[in-house]
Design a protein around this ligand. Structure first.
Ligand code: GLU
Length: 286
């Protein structure tokens, strides 16, 4: 058993992160396995070293210990580039030159992947001729998109195991031609997370149910890249008084603020384990 907690250092951790980290930590400890920390810092423009330090302090305050040194995605950019080159050689990705406005919805990963079809990439750049593609590649900023129809045809039907609930059918086609490498970052969340979960030997991915849609795409990438599929546990989300899930901007729920206010982190962790949340917060399945 190997689990991981994988915060993006783009803000302070909040109660929702604490809940997720505790579940992943406890699952590993209960099985005599390992719990690893991964810093998802591929987004160089938004990642801050101060948030890495704060996350380490938060975990210690909660009484959570992790094994080995933290893994940093920024040190694995070569792995993502190699995987992308392999997919490119197989004709499974294509460069997309569409503007930010066109692709804004697609770039909202990792949260809120469109499932209703409204925000799917229309495939404009999938149909470019080789000459135009070559010329624009040399001149224009571009991301790389998965040719979803081709990928799904190769992979065939896919399932993953949702811990304790049995097999789930993955529906990657619902996401359209997802971005695997961004204009402004060398890999998307989907590509980097799938590669690192495999490279780290993660056997159980514990994360919020808001990311369940991403698992459709990750399962497909595992099939294309020849990776083993971990078991998944998509857990309920910590929500605020308005019933919506916490975001990094909800400062009152920030662990650093609770820490500074003298809250006992280990007692808080035990409360979260028991499903007892501070006043005004609740656990909800989206
Ligand atoms: N860095 C991602 C996040 O914070 C990790 C999600 C995951 O656990 O796969 O949302």
């Amino acid at each position: 058993m190997l689990t991981r907690f994988a915060p993006s250092p783009t803000g302070e951790l909040h109660l929702g992160h604490a809940f997720s980290a505790i579940l992943a930590h406890d699952a590993a400890r209960a099985a005599g396995g390992a719990f690893h920390l991964r810093i998802d810092d591929i987004d160089g423009s938004r990642s801050r070293e101060a948030f890495v330090g704060a996350a380490l302090a938060d975990l210690e305050w909660l009484g959570l210990t992790f094994d080995g040194a933290p893994v940093r995605q920024s040190q694995h950019l070569g792995d993502y580039a190699a995987a992308l080159a392999g997919l490119r050689a197989r004709g499974l990705v294509y460069p997309c030159f569409c503007t930010r406005a066109d692709i804004a919805a697609s770039l909202a990963a990792p949260h809120g992947a469109p499932a209703d079809g409204t925000a799917l990439y229309p495939g404009t750049c999938r149909h470019l001729g080789a000459a135009e593609r070559g010329r624009r590649l040399a001149q224009e900023p571009h991301c790389w998109r998965l040719d979803m129809a081709s990928a799904v045809a190769i992979a065939g039907p896919l399932v993953w195991e949702e811990e304790g609930r049995g097999p789930r059918a993955a529906d990657p086609a619902a996401h359209g031609d997802v971005v695997l490498a961004r204009k402004d970052a060398p890999a998307s969340y989907h590509l980097a997370s799938t590669i690192d979960d495999a490279a780290m030997g993660v056997t159980l991915v514990v994360r919020g149910a808001d990311l369940i849609a991403s698992t459709d795409v990750h399962r497909l990438l595992q099939a294309l890249l020849g990776f083993a599929t971990p078991v998944y546990r998509h857990h309920a989300l910590v929500c605020g008084a308005d019933g919506t899930r916490l975001a990094k901007r909800d400062g009152a729920a920030a662990l650093a603020a609770l820490r500074a206010a003298g809250v006992d982190g280990r007692a808080l962790a035990d409360d979260l384990r028991a499903g007892r949340l501070p006043a005004g917060y609740s656990l909800q399945m989206p």
